[in-house]
Each structure stands twice: as C-alpha cells, then as structure tokens.
Write a protein that binds this ligand. Structure first.
Ligand SMILES: [Fe+2]
Ligand SMILES: [Fe+2]
Length: 204
C-alpha cells in the first residue's frame, strides 16, 4: 500500500515527480489568489499578497534553475521555454507593481485592477505549463529523472529569492551568478520589514 507521503506529488524515496509537484503548487497559487481577491481588509490583503509573492518568486526561480534547462533540450523545448520565460517576466513585473501599490495605496482601485490583471496572467501561465510543457516533459524524460528534477526544484526553492525581480536573469549562467545574491538581499529586506512592523516590546 502507498504511504501517505507517496500520495503527494508522486513522491517516493527517489523524490517528488516534478510535474506533480509543480501542479500541486499551481493549485495552491490559484487557491491563495482566489482567497486574496475576496479579502476586503486592505492590510490583510497586503500580507496575503506578500506571502503569495514569496512562494511564487521561489517557484518561478526554481523552475528556471531546475526545469527549463531540461525542457530546452526536448522537442520544441526552446520555443516552449521562451514563451514560459516571457510569461514569467510579465508576471514578475505585475507582481512587483502590485506589491508597490499595496504598500503605498492599499485601498486604491488601481490595485484591484492590477490584481485582476495579475490573476489572469498567472492563470494563463500555469495553464500553459500544465498543458504544453508538462506533457512534453513526461514524454521526453523518464520518471527517475523527473523525480530528480523534483528534488532539484525543492532545493532551489529553499535558497531562492523571496521577491519578484522583473529585470533579473532567467537563464542558467546568469541565475547561478546572481540568484544567491538576490536571495540574500531579499531576506535582508524581509527581515528589515518584519523589524519595522514588530512593536519594540515584542522583539526578542
Ligand atoms: Fe512558471
Ligand atoms: Fe509553474
């Protein structure tokens, strides 16, 4: 009988199957975004957007490190990767705008419009990956390799940037050189932000 863990993300001792892992994360993004859009309290919505932004930024950077370099070697891979990276650039740009607006104008109509745009772009992007890229990956790479990719993906996420970088690198050489720097800078900014928001007597 399969263990409870094997039921998640096609995971067994060899690691999570990468397309199952990514699809599970996509479902989570869609669910979190729907919840966020339903929120009426601007500051709660801003916090939810920051959490989503952190997960999404790690996800996209890890895909660029662990998934697209493999996809690029498969049939039609270069075109599939180019379209996905263009989507991700657009998503990162919109996400950065939403974060900026949610900080400075959390009650504005402009923010609601931007969130609506971001949700549509993200929805189309994850559908593109699931319908166009994952089937090619499942056909072109054996399961063992896809499980290794799932493990690479999780490792890359654990050290990835926590904020969108619309002008950051998207290909391997640039990612290897710059991603660790961006990730450290993001974590420093996150820590500074938490410090500003935590009342002095609650700080340890
Ligand atoms: Fe993606
Ligand atoms: Fe994805």
């Amino acid at each position: 009988m399969a263990s409870a863990q094997e039921g998640q993300s096609g995971r067994d001792a060899s690691g999570p199957e990468v397309t199952a892992l990514l699809s599970e994360q996509h479902r989570e993004f869609r669910r979190s975004f729907a919840e966020l859009r339903a929120m009426r309290e601007p500051l709660a919505r801003r916090d939810a957007l920051e959490r989503l932004s952190c997960q999404l930024s790690k996800h996209e950077a890890a895909e660029a490190m662990a998934v697209y370099p493999v996809v690029a070697h498969l049939a039609s891979g270069p075109e599939l990767r180019a379209r996905a990276l263009a989507d991700e650039r657009q998503t990162a740009r919109l996400l950065a705008n939403c974060l900026r607006k949610s900080f400075w104008r959390p009650r504005s109509r402009g923010l609601r419009r931007l969130l609506c745009q971001l949700q549509a772009v993200l929805d189309e992007h994850v559908s593109y990956e699931e319908e166009m890229i994952f089937p090619v990956l499942r056909l072109g790479e054996e399961e063992r390799k896809r499980q290794m990719m799932g493990t690479w993906m999780e490792n890359a996420e654990s050290i990835g940037p926590t904020r969108p970088h619309p002008h950051g690198p998207q290909r391997l050489p640039g990612l290897i050189a710059l991603l660790p720097v961006l990730a450290v800078l993001d974590r420093l900014r996150d820590a500074a932000r938490r410090r500003v928001e935590t009342p002095p007597k609650m700080r340890s």
